[in-house]
Design a protein. Structure first.
Length: 100
């Protein structure tokens, strides 16, 4: 499932920690304070717990995390530039080499 994580964090150090945590989980930055990526429900819950720990005792700051099914996301409207390759399904080919 695709997940959005969007934040408004005044503390530079907390903002950096949250953005690095998003990258650690494979989310892609789509705007300065918005990340998007494909996560299992378990991974999404783990990320949310870690962000909650980072945000402990923050006043006036806000983090939104919400799912968007791929079908719903495909009906989106985008004004401006968006790198579609960040969220496309990737196909990988593995080549095996045999030693002679």
């Amino acid at each position: 499932m695709l997940y959005w994580l969007i934040y408004d964090i005044s503390s530079n150090s907390k903002r950096l920690k949250v953005s690095e945590k998003c990258k650690d989980y494979g989310l892609y930055r789509v705007q300065k304070s918005a990340f998007l990526g494909d996560l299992s429900k378990n991974k999404a819950e783990m990320l949310l717990e870690e962000v909650q720990d980072i945000m402990a005792e923050s006043e006036g700051d806000c983090v939104f995390m919400f799912p968007a099914c791929k079908g719903c996301f495909s009906s989106r409207a985008i004004i401006g530039e968006f790198n579609e390759s960040l969220i496309e399904e990737k196909e990988f080919v593995f080549l095996a080499c045999s030693s002679q």
